[in-house]
Structure formats: C-alpha cells, structure tokens
Design a protein around this ligand. Structure first.
Ligand code: 5GP
Ligand code: ZN
Length: 115
C-alpha cells in the first residue's frame, strides 16, 4: 500500500489524526468533513495514496469503483440516496488535500451548482 508520511488523509487512514468516522471498508475510509458545506458532508478516501481521482482511476480501477459504491451507500444511509459527488482536481479547481477523495454532499447543500 502506498502511503505518504506527510499526507493528511494518509495520516487519517492510518488512525493518526482523529476524525468523526462514518465507515471503513477494505478499500476506503469515510469521515465527516471538518468544515461541512451541506447537511451531509462526508469525505470518502481510498486507503491507497493517489493525488486525485483521475490518478486513482488509472492506478486502480477496482478501488475507484469501490469508492463510488461506498459514496452511494453512505448517501443511501444519510440522504435518501439524493446526493452530489464532488472531486476537486488541482489547486485552481479548489483541491486543497492532494489525496483522492469524494465529497458526498446531501440534504441542504450550501455550495452552488455550476452553470
Ligand atoms: P478539497 O478542498 O481538497 O476538495 O477537500 C478537502 C476537504 O478536507 C475540505 O473540505 C476540508 O474541510 C477537509 N479537511 C481538511 N482538513 C481536515 C481534517 O483534519 N479533518 C477533516 N475531517 N476534514 C478535513
Ligand atoms: Zn495520502
């Protein structure tokens, strides 16, 4: 498993930084965003380190599919299956943590839709 020592989400996956945990699976860890932008705002991250979702899809399609399935399962649990999935990719697009992660947003969402 690839891990980067000073990566925040690798440290969360390793249990070194406390979070409000939602669910752990073989391939993913899901926890509540520290600065929620919606009634439901859960981050789903792969255990392996890849810098963004595109890199993850190339490196490990099975883990990518597991992450998408886990996002849906959490949205089913917490938001009646109605949800928005956001993958900020690159600093100019708002990515601040360079370990792939899905934002699962549900309920009242406080960020505007594009367009
Ligand atoms: P990005 O901006 O990279 O798409 O998303 C990173 C997210 O991680 C942000 O929404 C931010 O609030 C969240 N975040 C940053 N540091 C922590 C932390 O230490 N704990 C938790 N639970 N979330 C964090
Ligand atoms: Zn990482």
């Amino acid at each position: 498993m690839s891990t980067i020592e000073d990566c925040l989400f690798c440290r969360i996956v390793a249990g070194e930084i406390p979070v409000t945990m939602v669910a752990e699976t073989e391939h993913t860890v899901a926890f509540r965003d520290i600065n929620p932008q919606a009634d439901v705002h859960v981050l789903v991250v792969p255990r392996i380190h890849e810098p963004d979702i595109g890199s993850l899809a190339t490196a490990d399609p099975d883990v990518t599919i597991a992450l998408l399935a886990e996002a849906r399962r959490i949205a089913d649990d917490e938001a009646g299956g109605q949800y928005r999935l956001v993958f900020n990719t690159g600093a100019e697009a708002g990515q601040t943590v360079f370990h792939a992660h899905a934002h699962v947003l549900g309920g009242d969402i406080h960020v505007p839709l594009p367009g």
